[in-house]
Write a protein of this length. Structure first.
Length: 252
């Protein structure tokens, strides 16, 4: 599933992280903050053993993965993409439940392995450490929004809100609507919205009939504007995280 590659300059690859470093020290940080680069090839399989061997974690530079967590054959899922920070060996969080965790790489995915060498290297850049913690917290915010979405009674509403939630991160606006280029099968969407695959197929047909969502299998076009409920959930997730970390709510 993984292919060893070269060394990458993490802050050049992720300018948002570079912006956390004061301008007078940024050029030095750009050169010093390097990490092993590993490509993950498409398909199911374990991420942890062959990829991460200790340190801060795995930073996704580009690509797309799905993480599925199941109990007794019923699964929830999470979309993992650019900018997400993972610790694959620590993803099983409940020692008392019979959980299964599955990973699937949907498209070729490039990662930076923030290993122990990288960990030592950034000791002189505490701002970068704070930025990486913020990345981990952002992932928890996204999961909180996902939880709010799956509590909607109607599957078509869940799907509509989920696609807009994903579009807030990966979407692009063009003349015919907001475009989301993600390869999401009906089975993956079923896990993401806690529904059966046939029900998802029916709900997508209904959204298409109403002119809200269209897709060719890899590109989704969302018409109009994001549902107001979704924006409210996103703000509430940010507020809760802000109270925990003392950070500013950027959505208000």
């Amino acid at each position: 599933m993984s292919q060893p590659s070269s060394v990458c300059y993490v802050l050049r690859e992720d300018p948002e992280l570079a912006d956390a470093i004061p301008a007078e020290r940024r050029d030095q940080a750009l050169e010093e903050c390097t990490a092993p680069e590993v490509w993950l090839t498409p398909g199911p399989g374990p991420v942890r053993g062959s990829v991460f061997r200790g340190g801060i974690g795995v930073l996704v530079l580009s690509g797309l993965m799905i993480r599925r967590v199941g109990i007794d054959g019923r699964f929830g899922a999470e979309v993992i993409g650019d900018g997400d920070l993972l610790r694959p060996a620590d993803e099983n969080v409940s020692p008392l439940l019979p959980l299964t965790t599955e990973w699937s790489v949907l498209v070729p995915t490039r990662t930076a392995q923030l290993d122990r060498t990288f960990e030592k290297r950034i000791a002189q850049y505490p701002e970068l450490a704070r930025a990486l913690v913020a990345r981990a917290i952002q992932r928890s915010k996204n999961l909180a929004v996902n939880m709010a979405i799956v509590h909607q009674a109607r599957v078509d509403v869940r799907l509509h809100m989920l696609l807009w939630h994903l579009a807030g991160r990966w979407g692009r606006v063009r003349s015919d609507g907001t475009v989301l280029r993600l390869r999401l099968t009906h089975a993956i969407l079923a896990d993401l919205v806690a529904a059966r695959r046939p029900t998802v197929t029916t709900a997508l047909s209904e959204l298409n009939r109403r002119g809200l969502v269209s897709s060719d299998g890899e590109t989704w076009v969302l018409s109009g504007e994001a549902p107001n409920e979704l924006l409210a959930y996103a703000r509430e997730a940010n507020r809760r995280a802000s109270r925990t970390t003392g950070s500013r709510d950027l959505t208000s």
